[in-house]
Design a protein around this ligand. Structure first.
Ligand code: ATP
Length: 441
């Protein structure tokens, strides 16, 4: 039996960070130059899992909905966008310096005590703008200033009229986007939880103002259930409703979905009712009408926006922490990542029992039968027991072993990661068997 992980222990965090490095999920960026604290690189397994997290989101938010379309907007943007959105003026964190060790901190994250030296004497907080500023074109100066987007959301607002007229959608409808965002965080920390370069998955759902509260509730439930369906235990998740006095300048109501990270409950995703703030602000600043004309009622209005805003990398971290288990198999401790098969880097590993060419030939045949449908690993090194452990450790749900009997009976052994139960299956029935095994319970 495997034990449920206690996601609150820092021991677990160390184990997951170690596994990520050792097995090629996540590397510190620019490591050969001593690393770059604010950035991480995703290795061969990490890039697969990251893509799976994004695909699972896109599947539920776009593919399964006839009322949501996607876009992919530019990362670089002109100051006008960020002036209208309020980011130039208000996208700031309170920065303080510890008077003893001179380290800089975000005042709202340190509880009055310097995490470096324990000092309690700080400078007055200054508003520090989190946007990365750069210049576009060969001449630096006022006219060339550009910003790296600190969120993907504004791409949806500035394209509202384009999408409305080309997609023929009408409220309630949504525009979804996945992509990189950049924030000059004062203290990037906790592995990939807070980095300066990260990926977001955001959707702006445009609704008639009178329906906004109801749609807000709808999306809070939808998003909570998404994490549950992909394997995060309910006791590791909670909703946190922001107090009215703590709301951001654009928000009429925000509920976060929080995950029990090793340091306590912290934000995974925010779901905000942004009212007509964004469309109103861009309409005013650009002079373009960003409204909807409802022919049925002859009414023109600015839709309200419900925004579920999630982090790809934060979600990946929560999935990894939830999936990490240790149990005992044949008297040995094994590490197993009990990832949902939609998130696991490889769904299947094909393992010929020995390196003999006749076995490898059939194993390659099995592999090419599965590759169009699943991400597969192929491993011929080491003992079969060792190879099973290696796959368990990276969360591969099924291992398929090709042995000498396969040459006679055209059947293979399918081993389940979580139960370790092995089943003999005909090669001809393999695809059907796998689809059954991976169907949600
Ligand atoms: P925080 O309070 O943690 O700084 P936020 O409330 O500013 O986050 P949002 O602007 O609501 O975050 O961004 C939506 C989501 O994007 C967050 O819930 C998180 O998953 C992700 N995210 C935001 N900032 C970062 C970051 N620096 N690194 C990784 N993910 C981030």
């Amino acid at each position: 039996m495997s034990s449920s992980p206690d996601t609150t222990t820092s021991d677990l965090l160390d184990k997951v960070i170690n596994l990520c490095k050792r097995r090629g999920f996540i590397f510190p960026s620019a490591e050969i130059y001593g690393g770059f604290r604010s950035a991480y690189d995703y290795g061969p397994l990490g890039v697969l899992m990251l893509r799976n997290v994004k695909n699972a989101w896109w599947h539920s938010m776009v593919q399964m909905r006839e009322d949501v379309v996607g876009i992919d907007a530019a990362i670089l943007g002109p100051p006008a966008v960020w002036a209208a959105s309020g980011h130039l003026e208000t996208f700031t964190d309170p920065l303080v310096d510890c008077k003893k060790c001179h380290e800089r901190w975000r005042e709202d994250k340190i509880d009055g005590k310097c995490p470096n030296c324990g000092g309690t004497d700080f400078t007055e907080p200054r508003a520090f703008n989190l946007m990365f500023k750069t210049s576009a074109g060969p001449v630096e100066g006022e006219g060339s200033t550009a910003y790296l987007r600190p969120e993907t959301a504004q791409g949806m607002f500035v394209n509202f009229a384009n999408v409305l007229s080309t997609s023929r959608k009408k409220p309630p409808f949504g525009i979804a986007q996945i992509g990189k965002s950049f924030r000059n965080e004062i203290t990037p920390q906790n592995f990939v939880f807070r980095t300066r370069e990260f990926e977001q998955m955001e959707m702006e759902y445009f609704v008639p103002p009178a329906d906004a509260v109801q749609w807000h509730e709808h999306w809070i439930e939808e998003r909570f259930n998404w994490y549950l369906a992909l394997g995060i235990p309910e006791e590791s998740l909670r909703r946190y409703v922001h107090a009215p006095e703590d709301l951001s300048h654009y928000s009429k109501g925000t509920t976060d979905i929080e995950f029990k990270f090793p340091w306590g409950f912290d934000e995974l995703e925010g779901i905000a009712n942004r009212g007509d703030y964004d469309l109103g602000a861009h309409s005013k600043a650009s002079g373009e009408k960003l409204e909807y004309f409802d022919q049925a009622t002859n009414e023109r209005y600015t839709p309200y926006v419900i925004e579920p805003a999630a982090g790809v990398t934060r979600a990946m971290m929560a999935f990894l922490l939830s999936a990490y288990h240790e149990d005992e198999v044949e008297g040995e401790t094994r590490t197993v990542l009990q990832l949902d098969w939609r998130l696991a880097p490889y769904q299947i590993a094909v393992l010929p029992l020995s390196k003999k060419p006749e076995l490898e030939g059939v194993a390659k045949e099995v592999l090419s039968k599965l590759q169009p449908h699943f991400m597969c690993d192929f491993d011929v090194t080491q003992s079969i027991g060792r190879r099973y452990r290696r796959q368990d450790e990276v969360g591969t749900p099924l291992c398929i072993t090709v042995d000498f009997d396969t040459l006679e009976d055209r059947a293979v052994t399918v081993r389940d990661r979580d139960t370790t139960v092995q089943t003999r299956v005909k090669i001809d029935d393999l695809l059907h068997h796998i689809w059954e095994a991976m169907a949600p319970a």
